[in-house]
Every structure is written in structure tokens, then in C-alpha cells.
Design a protein around this ligand. Structure first.
Ligand code: ATP
Ligand code: MN
Length: 464
């Protein structure tokens, strides 16, 4: 279907001159003199602007007075070959309609090169900058590519719930969901809050992961994936954590850990290649403005085989590195971003998949190895980011899983349904979680996760 009433700029720039066209969009800049005015118009369809040329013998100063940075206009004119060097075509304007003014005294986006911190303060307007236009278009392309990849490989999209009553997933702190009156919650005899009277008849929260539900579906459909919002109330103000983020979680019946690694590597490479093939204009802009090695880094990831090694080998390398880390390393510690990045950026200079972590630092559902100490976990570690994927082969043996749940003193009554997968037709299976915004950090080269999601939710911040 054609865009009604106008031609998007992305299409105008590919059209041969000589036709009458209508363009609608927001003014980026205006310059000129008494005889001619040049307006750069952007409509978000691509990073490029279309140049509008106003012959001032046909327009009054009054007509163009409010055509200032940020204003929204509709222009009719003829597409002509451009005299200037920046573009192939431009619009010789014949008629202009002003949709919305943007008072230069108060419109905050007057100049180029605002800091990312400043733009976060005007998060409601930052989509109008080139940078966020690029990021949001790439975000869209990646979401599309994710569905495409799975669809093409026979995976089914599973909508896992956002509200859940299983507090046992252990992936992070929970946001409660309640309709109880916080000033006067009902209490039982012992004085504890009586969640039996709450909306769901029990304590409920926002999901930290769709994995457990994904496992249920994988035991029926074979290969599934979830792709939805995920919530963690960790008070971690880092450039890699959000309180609300999106996660992609494939879950596959009959996959062993090696198959899981192969899928993770193929999947990420597909997405990066997709960005290189479909988002080059936006990538080039980000490459030139923020990160001169961005495109090269993306190409490298597609071309290299990821290193695969065990946690134990990784710890060995870190201990022998002679490097001073803020958090000291020994067998058994959870790896920090500084350790992950040392392995990836300094030691191997390639993405790394680390496997077989100590069971104490990993979740209860991971398959235990024969050594009694490690589990079949796999984390994919990336340059500039650290952990981008966390996954594992799942413990499919009922007795072993139950013993582990008891060992950890976990509450059983919210997990009975999960255990039923192991009681009825259990199967070897695996899966992983890719943080969508971590992927976008890598693909866009942005350095703060707040800048790759339209409306970031972080501690003390949920305004817009
Ligand atoms: P980290 O150690 O970096 O905090 P995690 O081990 O808690 O992450 P997992 O539970 O393994 O994370 O979640 C799977 C993936 O989800 C991670 O590899 C990461 O890409 C992403 N992720 C996890 N927590 C966050 C968060 N708070 N904000 C954004 N992405 C996240
Ligand atoms: Mn993890």
C-alpha cells in the first residue's frame, strides 16, 4: 500500500526527477538569503533529509517565518536534480502548509551534537534526533529479523505471561503485582499480609523470564521462542541493566548443550549480518558519529568462529593474566563484566562462549555434570558488553532436579507445574536468553543501555 497523501523521504531520494511530489515531515534546518531558502526536511523514514528549495520570488517572508527547526510542514513541489553536492534530488517547492510550529525560544533541539545525558532528560523528544532515529529503526529491523530467523527455522512464537505467581525462578528481584490497599493490607493471624485476598489469590509479580513457560511449550511443540518484556527490580545502576528490558528466549526439545551453542552463534551472526545488509545508512551514521570501529566490529563478528571454553579454563586464563581486577578471581566466583571483557577483548579478541559453570552460581534448572560440581551452563560473552546471552541445557531428570530444589530450600508449591514436565514425557532440552537491548548495544555501538530502548525504566526513572 502507498503511504497516503505523501511520498516518504526514503522513496523520494530514489525517485527520478521530473515528477510532482508531496512531502511531509519535520524541519531540521533552514538557511538561505533574500532570494532563496533551503530547508532540510526529515520524516523518519530514513536518516537522510530531503532538501526543499524555496524560490523567494514566489513565497513571502511571512509564509516561511514559522518554518523553523522542529516545525512540521507539508510541501508540494517538483522533484528536480539537485544543484548541490549532498543529494541527487531536491524539491523545488510550490506550495507549503504549516502543520505545527516549534517556537525557537522553547524547542530544545536547536543544534546538533547534544550529549546523550541531555537527550535522556528530554526523552519525549529525543526520537526526533538523527541518533535516535537510527537506533529506533535498527531496533525495529532487529525485532523483525528475530521473528524471521525463528520462523524460517521452524520455531513457534510463544507468548509467555507477564504476570506470574512463580517467585522461584531465581533470576532477579521481583516487582510485585497487587491490588491490595498498601495502607491497610489484610493480615492473617500471624500478622503477615494475606495475599489470599489479593487479586490472584496469591502473591504475584512481573515476570523475570519466560523460560519456565517456554519449557512447557517446548515439550509439546518442539522448538519455541518467547520475545517479550521482562522485569527485574535489581537496584543496579549500570550501563547494561534496565528494570524493564526485552528478552528473546528460545527453548528446544532434544537439543544438547553443543546444539544450544551452535544455535546461539548462528542466531547472533544472522542478526548482525541482517543489520549490515539492511541498516547500512543508519550504521554508517552511528559509525561516523560515535564509534569509528562499529561496522568493522560487526563484520568481524560475522566472520569469526566464537571461542568455546569451560569456566574452569576461563578462570585459569584470568588468574594467570597478571591483570589487576577490581573483583579478584578464583574458581567459584561469579564472573564480573571486567573479567568477561578481558577474555573477549584482550585475551581472545573474539566472542567467547563459556560453559560448565559451578552449580552454586547458576540456576536450579541447569543440567548437572558428572563431576558433581558444575552444570551445563553457557554464557555468550561479547566485546564491549560482556554477557549478552545466558543459557543452558536443562536438567530433565526428575529425581536430580527435585533433589537440587530441596538442596536449595526452594518453595515447592509454586513450581509443581514445572516439575510435571519432568514427570510426564521428559526429554533432553536446552535454551537460552538473549537480552534484546544488549544485542542493540552491540549492533548500534551505543554505550549506555538507556539509549537503545525508547522509554528506559531504571531506578528512580519512569517519567516517559
Ligand atoms: P547479568 O549478569 O549481566 O546481570 P544475568 O546473568 O542476570 O545478567 P540472565 O538471567 O542470564 O542475566 O538473563 C539472560 C540475558 O538477559 C542476559 O544475558 C542479558 O543479555 C539480559 N539481561 C539480564 N538482565 C538484564 C537487565 N537488567 N537489563 C537488560 N538486559 C538484561
Ligand atoms: Mn546470566
Amino acid at each position: 500500500m502507498k503511504t497516503p497523501g505523501r511520498t516518504p523521504v526514503i522513496d523520494l531520494l530514489r525517485t527520478a526527477p521530473g515528477v510532482d511530489v508531496t512531502a511531509k515531515g519535520w524541519v531540521r534546518t533552514k538557511r538561505g538569503n533574500k532570494n532563496v531558502a533551503f530547508v532540510a526536511l526529515n520524516d523518519g523514514s530514513c536518516v537522510h533529509n530531503i532538501q526543499l528549495v524555496f524560490d523567494m520570488t514566489h513565497f513571502s517572508e511571512e509564509e516561511l517565518k514559522h518554518v523553523t527547526t522542529g516545525a512540521c510542514i507539508c510541501v508540494q513541489g517538483t522533484l528536480v536534480a539537485s544543484q548541490g553536492s549532498g543529494q541527487a534530488v531536491e524539491i523545488a517547492a510550490k506550495k507549503i502548509e504549516l502543520y505545527g510550529v516549534a517556537d525557537p525560544e522553547s524547542y530544545p533541539l536547536q543544534k546538533k551534537g547534544h550529549s546523550m545525558e541531555f537527550l535522556r532528560e528530554i526523552g519525549h523528544l529525543r526520537p526526533r534526533t538523527n541518533t535516535f532515529g537510527c537506533v529506533l529503526r535498527i531496533r525495529h529491523a532487529m525485532a523483525y529479523a528475530i521473528h524471521h530467523y525463528f520462523h524460517q527455522n521452524g520455531f513457534f512464537y510463544l507468548h509467555s505471561p507477564i504476570i506470574t505467581a512463580s517467585d522461584a525462578e531465581g533470576a532477579g528481584a521481583l516487582f510485585q503485582v497487587t491490588t491490595l490497599d498498601l495502607n491497610q493490607p489484610p493480615r492473617n493471624e500471624g500478622g503477615e499480609i494475606d495475599y489470599g485476598q489479593d487479586f490472584f489469590g496469591r502473591h504475584a509479580s512481573l515476570t523475570v523470564s519466560g523460560q519456565l513457560e517456554g519449557e512447557l511449550a517446548a515439550m509439546a511443540l518442539g522448538n519455541v521462542y518467547t520475545f517479550g518484556p521482562t522485569f527485574r527490580a535489581e537496584n543496579s545502576n549500570t550501563p547494561r541493566h534496565l528494570a524493564e528490558f526485552w528478552m528473546i528466549e528460545p527453548e528446544m526439545a532434544f537439543y544438547e548443550i553443543k546444539d544450544n551453542m551452535d544455535l546461539a552463534e548462528d542466531f547472533i551472526k544472522y542478526l548482525v549480518r541482517y543489520a549490515l545488509e539492511h541498516c547500512m545508512d543508519d550504521l554508517r551514521f552511528l559509525n561516523d558519529m560515535f564509534d569509528k570501529e562499529l561496522i568493522q566490529r560487526l563484520e568481524q563478528v560475522c566472520a569469526t568462529q566464537f571461542v568455546r571454553l569451560s569456566y574452569t579454563e576461563g578462570i585459569d586464563i584470568l588468574m594467570k593474566s597478571g591483570q589487576k581486577f577490581e573483583f579478584p578471581v578464583s574458581w567459584g566466583v561469579d564472573l564480573q563484566s571486567e573479567h568477561e571483557r578481558y577474555l573477549v577483548e584482550t585475551h581472545f579478541k573474539k566472542p567467547v562462549i563459556l560453559t560448565d559453570y559451578p552449580k552454586e552460581i547458576k540456576a536450579f534448572y541447569m543440567k548437572q555434570n558428572e563431576d558433581g560440581k558444575t552444570v551445563r551452563a553457557m554464557d555468550v560473552l561479547f566485546p564491549k558488553i560482556g554477557e549478552i546471552i545466558g543459557g543452558s541445557q536443562r536438567e530433565e531428570r526428575y529425581d536430580v532436579l527435585l533433589a537440587r530444589i530441596h538442596e536449595l530450600g526452594m518453595e515447592m508449591d509454586s513450581l509443581w507445574w514445572y516439575l510435571d514436565t519432568r514427570r510426564f514425557g521428559t526429554a533432553p532440552h536446552s535454551g537460552f536468553g538473549l537480552g534484546f537491548e544488549r544485542l542493540l548495544l552491540f549492533v548500534t555501538g551505543m554505550s549506555n543501555i538507556r539509549d537503545v530502548i525508547p522509554f528506559p525504566r531504571t531506578p528512580k526513572s519512569a517519567d516517559f
